[in-house]
Design a protein around this ligand. Structure first.
Ligand SMILES: Cc1cc2nc3c(=O)[nH]c(=O)nc-3n(C[C@H](O)[C@H](O)[C@H](O)COP(=O)(O)O)c2cc1C
Length: 165
């Protein structure tokens, strides 16, 4: 049984997509752990906020979830040709808070997925750049849902087959 972290960077269709990944993982006897970034209440990262933060519970909870999972699938909408701020913010905190943040991302399998208003290709490229920079191994084919590309169970199955390997 594989335990996979499903990160949702919005509470609408991207959260629904994360739930679809969870259902599919469970159908196959695996475990999907949903992390809804919009409800975690992570403060905005600034150097001053980093100096002032004394309660690290939220950040440590995220780190524990990442480390306890074999891989992660990130479902994020495209915002202005890039990543939504909640995702960028979470990654910024992790990269400065963890003594050993390489453990979180380096060599970790990451699947990329989006439900976006337009194409969604730019958010996939942005996530690919950031997670590759952190040393993650990105699954080659993303799951993209948009106005002209409906959600396909076969694409979800294909991504899950690769992250559980
Ligand atoms: C601030 C903002 C910027 C957006 N920029 C883009 C964009 O550049 N490209 C795009 O395809 N959709 C864009 N959208 C549309 C969202 O990607 C789309 O509504 C998506 O389905 C929202 O995901 P959700 O239903 O999970 O909240 C934008 C939406 C918002 C709120």
């Amino acid at each position: 049984m594989a335990r996979i972290l499903l990160i949702a960077a919005s509470t609408g269709k991207n959260l629904e997509l994360a739930m679809k990944f969870k259902q599919t993982l469970e159908r196959d006897g695996h475990q999907g752990v949903i992390m809804n970034l919009c409800t975690l209440d992570v403060p905005m990262y600034t150097p001053a906020a980093e100096e002032e933060l004394d309660d690290l519970a939220v950040i440590e909870g995220i780190m524990d979830d990442i480390v306890s999972c074999k891989a992660m699938i990130v479902c994020a909408p495209e915002y202005n040709g890039s990543m939504p701020p909640v995702l960028n913010n979470m990654i910024a905190w992790l990269s400065v808070q963890s003594d050993n943040f390489r453990l979180l991302f380096n060599q970790r399998k990451v699947g990329l997925a989006t439900v976006s208003g337009g194409g969604g290709y730019n958010v996939i490229t942005s996530m690919r750049i950031q997670f590759s920079h952190l040393g993650s191994n990105i699954i080659g084919r993303p799951v993209i849902v948009n106005k002209t590309k409906p959600q396909r169970q076969s694409s979800i199955d294909e991504m899950i087959a690769q992250v559980i390997e």
